[in-house]
Design a protein around this ligand. Structure first.
Ligand code: HEM
Length: 556
């Protein structure tokens, strides 16, 4: 299959799309020197740095040599074990524990992207970024990666003059991309700064002789340093390239795996069986972490991942530019300077080319599998996953995003979250304390109400109040509390906690109030959406709440 897309005033220039295996071999292996990525690619992909990924011919050969030396280094493998352990223990497990304890729905794609981002940052500078934490606060680098991959797709389609003009004017999609580039530049510069500070403070033995981060590796390669001009600039470009390559391409695989498992319960149970048979939980970390040897035994999980990558390759296409006019094995003529696009997505249904092939095959393949398997094994070994009912009803979850990366369209609105507000008053209605709490995910009013009641009760338990009155505007939740009833709903765990805790008070009441009478709480809920996690106030209310509290006090 090799259709030719003719040039048009509104489109990018002539290109040939191909999914023919013989053509792909010709382009990526046998005639690679005639099909570099080309100067267009360097301009289109500028956000990801100019080294390796976008480099061609001599430059590429030079950088590839060092990239292979880094990715195949034994010390990096040791370090990968430590990275996986840290990201799982400090990031993934607390977040999934919190979600399962509170029965909240989480966007697994976001969770996995953060896990990959943190692991990648650690691999680059030795320091965990910590974006994967309870509350899932907004992360500017993740947002920048999304923006960049969306706009880069537009750059492939629109005429260069159009997007260059947009960029010059600083409007539209190009404005988004410029901002994303600034964020990525800044993140890369910070990584290098942090690494330099750490290296000056930590002795080699503390740093761990067995570990190897990317910046240490490249700063220790004399041949590399001598050949590149501006060292700091080159290092920043390398770091940007690794942030993209290590995060964006790897994280969608897990969301597709978990989505496919939800459709194929037999495969899921076979993977769980394989985990149970092969994984010996380590002594100190009873259920969190599995070593590389154990992960290597998980052949069925590995096969499920390859199959997912075959059906949903993270990089759905690859683009090459023809230098000298050529004839493709399929019989199609390619003129000089014409672009040939390999449609990995269409091809992958027949062949496995998710990691590309030939001399430019992905050098991070083994590392990617080590991370992906560690995350999937820990998640499946310890938790049960269900597709959220709201999502299943309202949205076709498996729609791919319009991007150069085949990730799912966001199942929640971007960084979907809900707010919980609590106000504590004394017996005369005066303000005592309040809190705004952001929780990740979109929930029904009942879940939010139950969450708010639980938060209020936890607060009052700490203060050892003998008598309390709970007020809320969800009749259903208030009636269940009054009747001391729980049920099988998604908020059952919250209700069970509330009902048990209420027994610690000498006296309690639960009253329904109409929504209009609950203005301060709704202001706190609105405030919760704009904060990163939790905010609380005692003695005097925050300014945005004062007039609503006064209005409440003066109402009959
Ligand atoms: C499942 C995960 C991954 C997939 C599907 C994947 C896929 C790919 C593909 C298709 C290419 C070729 C792109 C092109 O030439 O246009 C590539 C290149 C590359 N990948 Fe990966 N990759 C993954 C993970 C990683 C990881 C974790 C790293 C390292 C942190 C990495 C580092 C690179 C680098 C440096 C290149 C450029 C190689 C070159 O041009 O010589 N990849 N990857």
């Amino acid at each position: 299959m090799s259709p030719r897309i003719p040039s048009a005033w509104f489109g990018n220039r002539d290109m040939i799309l191909t999914a023919d295996l013989a053509n792909v071999q010709h382009l990526l292996s046998t005639n690679l020197s005639n099909y570099p990525k080309g100067p267009d690619t360097r301009r289109i992909f500028s956000a990801y740095g100019q080294i390796l990924f976008a480099a061609d011919i001599k430059d590429w050969r030079f950088h590839r040599k060092f990239a292979l030396a880094f990715f195949h280094n034994q010390k990096l493998q040791h370090f990968t074990v430590r990275i996986n352990q840290e990201v799982l223990e400090k990031g993934l497990v607390p977040v999934l524990d919190h979600a399962s304890e509170h029965r909240v729905t989480v966007d697994l794609q976001d969770v996995f992207q953060r896990a990959m981002l943190d692991a990648t940052f650690m691999m680059i500078s030795g320091k965990n970024r910590g974006s994967l934490c309870v509350g899932l606060p907004k992360d500017v680098v993740l947002e920048a990666l999304h923006d960049a991959s969306d706009v880069i797709l537009l750059r492939h389609i629109l005429p260069e003059r159009f997007w260059m003009f947009q960029r010059w004017l600083g409007v539209g999609a190009e404005k988004r991309l410029s901002k994303a580039c600034e964020v990525l530049d800044d993140a890369a510069a910070k990584c290098i700064k942090i690494w330099k500070e750490q290296t000056s403070n930590i002795s080699k033995s503390e740093h761990g002789e067995e570990s190897l981060d990317a910046i240490t590796f490249f700063y220790n390669e004399e041949e590399f340093l001598e050949s590149v001009g501006e060292q700091d600039y080159t290092m920043r470009e390398i770091v940007k390239g690794i942030i993209f390559a290590g995060t964006d391409t790897a994280s969608p695989v897990l969301s597709w795996v978990f989505w496919l498992l939800s459709k194929n319960p037999i495969v899921e149970s076979k993977i769980r069986e394989e985990l149970a048979v092969n994984l010996r939980a380590t002594e100190s970390r009873t259920r969190i972490f599995f070593d590389l040897k154990e992960l290597k035994k998980l052949v069925y999980l590995h096969a499920a991942m390859c199959e997912t990558l075959r059906l949903f390759p993270s990089s759905p296409f690859q683009s090459r530019t023809c230098i000298k006019a050529d004839l493709l094995p399929s019989g199609h003529h390619v003129k000089a300077n014409k672009r040939v696009v390999i449609c990995t997505n269409a091809m992958a249904r027949m062949r496995f080319v998710a990691f590309s092939s030939g001399p430019r095959i992905c050098p991070g393949k083994e590392l990617a599998f080590a991370r992906l398997k560690a995350i999937a094994a820990t998640s499946l070994f310890n938790y049960q996953f269900h597709v959220g009912t709201k999502i299943a009803k309202d949205q076709p979850v498996a729609t791919p995003a319009t991007s150069i990366i085949l990730r799912m369209k966001h199942v929640f609105s971007k960084y979907g979250c809900s707010g919980v507000g609590v106000v504590v008053r004394d017996e005369w209605g005066n303000f005592v304390a309040s809190s705004s709490h952001k929780i990740f995910g979109i929930f029904s009013p009942e879940v939010i109400e139950a969450y708010a009641a639980k938060t209020a009760i936890s607060l009052l338990l700490q203060w050892k109040e003998p008598k309390i009155i709970l007020e809320g505007d969800s009749l259903k939740i208030i009636n269940m509390i009054k009747l001391m009833e729980s049920d099988d709903s998604t908020y059952r765990v919250l209700l069970d906690y509330i009902l048990l805790s209420l027994q610690s008070f000498a006296a309690w009441e639960a009253n329904w109030v109409p929504r209009q009478a609950n203005v301060p709480v709704h202001l706190l809920v609105r405030n919760a959406r704009s904060i990163s996690n939790i905010c609380s106030w005692s003695s005097s209310p925050p300014p945005f709440l004062s007039s609503a509290i006064l209005a409440d006090l003066s109402s009959p």
